[in-house]
Design a protein. Structure first.
Length: 388
C-alpha cells in the first residue's frame, strides 16, 4: 500500500464551476485527479492479486460495474446517494423527513447529530447530497459508522464538510440518513462524481470492518443464502450468465445456490424451466431488469405483474397517457416513477423527484434526453410535459 501514500494530499483549487455545473456528478477540482489515480491503482491491484484471495465486487447496478474490490471477509454496508438543488427540498429533508415527522407511528423520533442546527444553517445552500448508510450487521453503532465515514471523505477529498444525520429504526434494516451541504466550511463547492461515490461504499465497508472485525464464515454463508432472493443483480447472476449458453442453463450438475436462484427468478418471470431441454431459459431482459431493479426497486414489482407488457425506459422521447404514478416520498429520488401507455406499449419511466400532481389519466410527453442505454435513465420532473 506504500504506493498509494500521499495521493490525496493535494489542496483543492479555488476554481469555481458555473451554477449549471454545481449539481452535476463530475470531477472535483484538484491539482491532480487523485480519485482517478486511485481508480487506476485499484484496477491494477485487483488484476495482480493472488487468486487465493477471495475478492468480491461491491454490488451496483451501473452499466460498467464497480471497479473497487475488497475481501469477502469485509463487512457489507449498503450505500446510496441522491442530490437536489432546492432549498425547499433541503429544508424539508432536514426538518421533516430525517426526524420522521412524516411518520405518525414512529413515537420515539430520532435526534439529529453531526453539526448543530444553528451552525449548519450558516452554511446551508440549495445544493445538498442525501446518503443512506445501512450495514448488514446489527452490531454496528450507526452514529460511529457515520462519523468515521465523514472523516474518511474529508481526508480523501480535502473538504471540511457541513453535515447532519439521523438513525431510523422503523424498517427491517436499521439505517442512517446523512445530508451533506453543497458548500463546505471553507466556502468550497462540494461535488461527488461517480468514482467518488463508489469509493464511499468502500469507505463504509472498511469503517464497519474496523469497528467490529471481519465477517465470520457463518456470516458469509448466511449472506450468500440471502443473495438467492435478492431483487437486484448479484454475484450469483454473474455465475449463472457464465454457466449459460444461448440463454440456456443446463440443469445437470448445477450448484444448489444457482438452482435456488433460478427458481426464485422464475417467480419474477425472469427465467422458466424448459423441460424438453432440461434447462433453465433466461429472459431476454434478465440482466437489464435486475440491474435496473437495483436502482429502482418498484420496477421489478411492476415487471413481475406483467413482464411482456412493460418496457423499461432507456432514453429518448415518449408520448402517451399516464397509467400509474409511483411515489413514496418526494425526497426519495430512487423510488419515483410513472407508467405511460403509448397505445403500442407500456413504459416504466423512472423520475428524479416527481413533484407534478394528478398525472394519472393525463397525456404527457417525455422530452428526448439522449441516446438509449441498457440501464434505465431517470428523467427530471421538468422533462414531463403535460399536454392536457
Amino acid at each position: 500500500m506504500q504506493k498509494y501514500k500521499g495521493i490525496f494530499s493535494h489542496i483543492p483549487n479555488k476554481n469555481k464551476y458555473s451554477d449549471e455545473d454545481k449539481i452535476k456528478f463530475k470531477k472535483p477540482v484538484y491539482v491532480r485527479d487523485d480519485l482517478e489515480t486511485l481508480n487506476r491503482l485499484l484496477k491494477t491491484y485487483s488484476k495482480t492479486s493472488s487468486k487465493k484471495n477471495d475478492y468480491t465486487k461491491l454490488s451496483g447496478g451501473g452499466k460498467r460495474g464497480n471497479v473497487f474490490k475488497f475481501p469477502e471477509q469485509n463487512q457489507r454496508v449498503t450505500f446510496k446517494m441522491s442530490y437536489s438543488n432546492s432549498i425547499k427540498s433541503h429544508d424539508k429533508y432536514i426538518n421533516y423527513y430525517m426526524p420522521q415527522y412524516n411518520k405518525e407511528f414512529v413515537e420515539d423520533k430520532p435526534e439529529l447529530f453531526g453539526m448543530s442546527k444553528e451552525e449548519y444553517e450558516k452554511y446551508k445552500v440549495p445544493l445538498n447530497f442525501k446518503c443512506i448508510i445501512s450495514p448488514e450487521s446489527n452490531d454496528i453503532k450507526l452514529e460511529t459508522l457515520v462519523e468515521s465515514f465523514i472523516k474518511r471523505v474529508e481526508n480523501q477529498t480535502g473538504y471540511k464538510l457541513c453535515w447532519r444525520a439521523a438513525v431510523h429504526n422503523d424498517t427491517e434494516h436499521r439505517h442512517a440518513h446523512v445530508v451533506i451541504n453543497g458548500k463546505d466550511k471553507s466556502g468550497e463547492d462540494v461535488f461527488f462524481n461517480k468514482d467518488t461515490i463508489q469509493l464511499m461504499r468502500l469507505m463504509c465497508s472498511n469503517a464497519a470492518t474496523q469497528m467490529i472485525g471481519e465477517r465470520t464464515k457463518e456470516q458469509i454463508e448466511a449472506a450468500r443464502k440471502n443473495l438467492v432472493k435478492a431483487k437486484r443483480w448479484t454475484e450469483l447472476d454473474e455465475k449463472i450468465i457464465s454457466s449459460s449458453h444461448n440463454s440456456l442453463v443446463n440443469k445437470e450438475k448445477l450448484p444448489r445456490e444457482l438452482a435456488n436462484r433460478l427458481s426464485y427468478l422464475s417467480e419474477l418471470k425472469l427465467a422458466f424451466m424448459d423441460k424438453e431441454k432440461n434447462a433453465w431459459q433466461l429472459s431476454d431482459d434478465y440482466k437489464n431488469v435486475l440491474q435496473a431493479a437495483g436502482r429502482y426497486n418498484t420496477y421489478l414489482e411492476e415487471y413481475a405483474k406483467n413482464p411482456e407488457g412493460l418496457e423499461l425506459y432507456t432514453g429518448g422521447g415518449v408520448r402517451g397517457k399516464v397509467e400509474k404514478v409511483i411515489t413514496f416520498d418526494k425526497d426519495e429520488a430512487w423510488n419515483d416513477a410513472i407508467i405511460i401507455n403509448t397505445g403500442e406499449k407500456r413504459v416504466y419511466v423512472p423520475v428524479w423527484q416527481l413533484h407534478k400532481d394528478d398525472l394519472v389519466g393525463k397525456n404527457v410527453t417525455i422530452r428526448k434526453t439522449g441516446d438509449e442505454t441498457k440501464i434505465a435513465r431517470q428523467v427530471s420532473d421538468k422533462s414531463i410535459i403535460v399536454r392536457d
